[in-house]
Every structure is written in structure tokens, then in C-alpha cells.
Design a protein around this ligand. Structure first.
Ligand code: NDP
Length: 258
């Protein structure tokens, strides 16, 4: 990372922060001085991420939170507000991938993906917005996907959920702007995370799949979770003070090449 940000004294909440992009973002925000709340369904990995940050001199706490549960989200953000008194940055990042055509996707499978990837983001963003509004400041970030625009026949529910994130983000950005709150989405493409590795395994030859996904990108490789975290910190920082309602690609040029 070449840009230095200072989030000292700020409270940052990140969902899906036990792994991949969320964990890298938690680490980066903490390194920039923030008090970071690691929210995830996976307590073992989430506690380990928070412990790593603390052992490196940062400030982080883990809270188990399933973003699909209204009560879970209310409870977790309630704890954050009780402990830190406010939320400066809420990064709605938790999500799962989905590879199955529409024709073979069962209704319950569809609902699960939409529940986690879209409704979960809505629940967290809504609660964070309500907490930020009286303070007239804050930043809300979402992890969308280029699949919200251009996709493949097999992605069905995932593409729909990520397109939905775009609509949610834009509507909330318009609603939040008069209150001094900015709202943006990151659109990562082929980032090296446990989720991407699991998807690569499905092809039979994981290394070959990763090589192919890298080769179709003008930059010739897949991305690192830290490179997405860099964008999250930029968007949350005063350097992005005139950016709201935007979707920013971090995809090695893949969308431009399509
Ligand atoms: P990871 O699987 O590495 O991390 C996602 C984390 O979210 C996991 O710890 C996962 O737990 C957790 N999670 C899953 N369901 C819930 C839930 N209901 N409540 C709270 N946490 C949950 O994935 P990535 O870091 O790759 O993905 C992060 C985000 O980035 C997702 O929204 C994904 O769609 C998006 N994205 C990723 C891309 C990539 O190339 N990696 C590209 C485009 C978008 P568990 O492992 O137990 O499921």
C-alpha cells in the first residue's frame, strides 16, 4: 500500500471479515488506526483474525453475526454502538458465491444466496445508516461484483444478488447524501481468497483455473485481497469526500476487456 490513511478514533464494522477480502480490510483499517469490529458467522476464523490484529498492535474485536438474521444484526451493531458510541464506517462485505444455472437452482437455494448476498447487506447497511444519521457523518461500503453487470449462464442467483447490491447502493446513496453520509460499492474481480480457491477446485484443476482467470485480465493475474482493501480504505477516507453512489472496479481490467 502506498497511500497512508489515518482512521484513528474511528469505528469500522466489517461483515464477512473472518476471511478473504473482509479479513484483509479489517487488517488494513486496523493498521490505519481504526477500532475494527470483525463480524462473521465463523467464530473460529473471526476470533483468529481479531487476535492477529491485536497481536500486531491494532484494535479489533470479533462478534458472531449471521447477516441474514434481523436479530443477529440488531444485536451485533447494538454491541458496537454500546461499546464505541457510534459507527464511522460500515463495510457490508459478507457474501457467498453461487455457480448453477437458473434451470437447476432450487427455490431454497435461490433464497439462501439472495438472503446472504443482498438482504444481509441491506440489514447491516440499514442499521448502520440509522446509527450514522443523527451524527451526520459516516461511510457505507458494499462488495458488489462485475457479475451484477456482465455474467455467465451459470451464476443465476449470484448475478441477481450483486445487481441488487447496485440498486440498493444507489438508492441508499441518494437517501444518505443529505445527511452527510457517503455510500459506494466495490466491484472486485477474481480476487485470491478462500472462496475463489474453492470455486477453482470445482473445475478439477484449481491451479489451471486460477491461471486461466488471471490470463483473461489485461494485468495478467488475479488480484490480492489487500488490493481490494486498499480501495475500501480510499473510499472510506476523506480523499474520497466527493464520491458517493459509485461502483468502483478492482478487477485487473477484465471489464474493460469484455
Ligand atoms: P470468503 O468466503 O473468503 O469470505 C467471506 C466470509 O463471509 C466468510 O468468512 C464467510 O463464512 C462469511 N459469511 C458467509 N455467510 C455469512 C453470513 N450469513 N453472515 C456473515 N458472514 C457470512 O469470500 P471473499 O472474501 O472472496 O468474498 C467477500 C465478498 O466479495 C463477497 O460478497 C463476494 O461475493 C465478493 N466478491 C468476491 C470476489 C472474489 O474474486 N473473491 C469477486 C467479486 C465479489 P463461511 O466461509 O463460513 O461461509
Amino acid at each position: 500500500m502506498t497511500i497512508t490513511h489515518d482512521f484513528t478514533g474511528q469505528t469500522v464494522v466489517i461483515t464477512g471479515a473472518a476471511s478473504g477480502i473482509g479479513a484483509a480490510s479489517a487488517t488494513a483499517f486496523a493498521a490505519a488506526g481504526a477500532s475494527v469490529w470483525v463480524l462473521d458467522v465463523d467464530a473460529g476464523r473471526g476470533e483468529a483474525v481479531a487476535a492477529d490484529i491485536v497481536s500486531g498492535g491494532g484494535r479489533a474485536r470479533f462478534l458472531r453475526c449471521d447477516v441474514t438474521g434481523d436479530a443477529d444484526v440488531e444485536h451485533a451493531l447494538g454491541v458496537v454502538l454500546a461499546e464505541d458510541g457510534g459507527i464511522d464506517v460500515a463495510y457490508c462485505n459478507a457474501g457467498i458465491g453461487w455457480i448453477k444455472p437458473v434451470s437447476t437452482t432450487e427455490p431454497d437455494e435461490w433464497r439462501r444466496v439472495l438472503d446472504i448476498d443482498l438482504t444481509g447487506a441491506f440489514l447491516v447497511a440499514r442499521r448502520a445508516f440509522l446509527a450514522m444519521r443523527p451524527r451526520r457523518s459516516g461511510v457505507i461500503l458494499f462488495t458488489g461484483s462485475p457479475h451484477g453487470y456482465r455474467t455467465m449462464a451459470e451464476t443465476s442467483a449470484y448475478a441477481a444478488a450483486k445487481a441488487g447490491i447496485g440498486g440498493l447502493m444507489r438508492a441508499l446513496a441518494l437517501e444518505a447524501a443529505p445527511h452527510g453520509i457517503r455510500v459506494n460499492s466495490l466491484l472486485p474481480g477474481a480476487i485470491d481468497t478462500p472462496a475463489l480457491r474453492a470455486e477453482a477446485e470445482l473445475s478439477g484443476d484449481a491451479e489451471d483455473a486460477v491461471r486461466r482467470w488471471g490470463a483473461v485480465r489485461p494485468l495478467g493475474r488475479i488480484g490480492r485481497a489487500e488490493e481490494v482493501a486498499d480501495l475500501a480504505l480510499f473510499l472510506a477516507s476523506p480523499a474520497a469526500s466527493f464520491i458517493t453512489g459509485a461502483e468502483l472496479l478492482v478487477d485487473g481490467g477484465a471489464m474493460a476487456a469484455q
